[in-house]
Design a protein around this ligand. Sequence first.
Ligand SMILES: [Zn+2]
Length: 382
Amino acid sequence: MRFKDVLGLDEIKKELIGSFLQNRIAHAQLFHGPRGSGKLALALSYARAINCTSFEDCDSCSSCPSCLKFSKLAHPDLHIVFPVIKKTPTDNPLGDDCLGAWRKEIIKNPYLSLESWMSVYKEEFFEKQGNKKKEGVIYSHQIKEINRKLTLKIYEAKYRVVIFWMPEKMNLKSANKFLKLLEEPPKNTILLLVSEEATLLLPTVLSRLQNRRVPKYTVQETINGCKKEKTKDFLNYCKEVSGDLGRVLNYRGQEEDTHTDVFIALMRTCFKRNFAEMAKWSEENASKTRQKQIQLLNYSLTILRECLVYNYSERKINNMSVREQNFVEKFSTYIHEENSISIIEIFETTIKNIKRNANSKIIFFYMVLELSRLLKLKHKFA
Ligand SMILES: [Zn+2]
């Protein structure tokens, strides 16, 4: 993330760049603002900028080795601490197992709120209902681990950066440990605290931070800042979430979520070969607008292609949400050399026929029947 990628906030950007160019880099800084504001986006741009080796035109570049690593949030001198949940009372999670998922969600949407992340985190890493109710905490063992890492030599960066995402989730024990870190900061290490509720921080912590308030976006800014088609629904949604850019950017996500649900339902119905359900699915989806029908079919093709990529190339999945990824991992075994081409063809034919204004109820039912037959085909070598 570069400064120019962060929506608006020109004053703060100017101030951050100015202080950096004058070599005034405070070792502990707080970026705080309401959910859906640009605080994390700014902190990440700043961390990248102070380490860029060819900083110019008031921004980091996009080609130096440091920036390339920062663009994936995977620089060895960038450490992230965020709230975690204990699976058992003796569990001491560091968040390392879900750091990959966190990076992925933040790269997709750096305005993500803690609440939105927690729902992804819980769905991905917890099955038990009991754990789902638990809140995230930054535990003292996480601070201890960061302290340990900070005693090691810096790998390659000019400034090692530690981002504490939602430091208000530190319990008292962690906060006290953290205070020690603030009092004796390691050399060339910058601590960036990114908070949704800074008033919950200990006054002794607050007083040691360079404080920067990041304002809420206006509704209009979020509308202009999102490339989404400005439909009436979208505009209403922007008003409803009043300046929460994280949610505005996820608006597309919600639509895709619905597609995911509909696609999963389709595959389940086809497997079960329940004709009543198959007919119901066809009818329901035939009642949507043609544009929505085509969007759904194109989305289905994307998922099917991801299944093929997953099967035939190193089990890697690109550009998918955690939920889609989970589905593809399980579902891809049913897509194989015996049926993949035919399944893709039936979706393509369906799109063509819908574009020709044919009766979508009939077309969908035919597609569902065909899918049901194709999914039952056994893997030749299985
Ligand atoms: Zn650079």
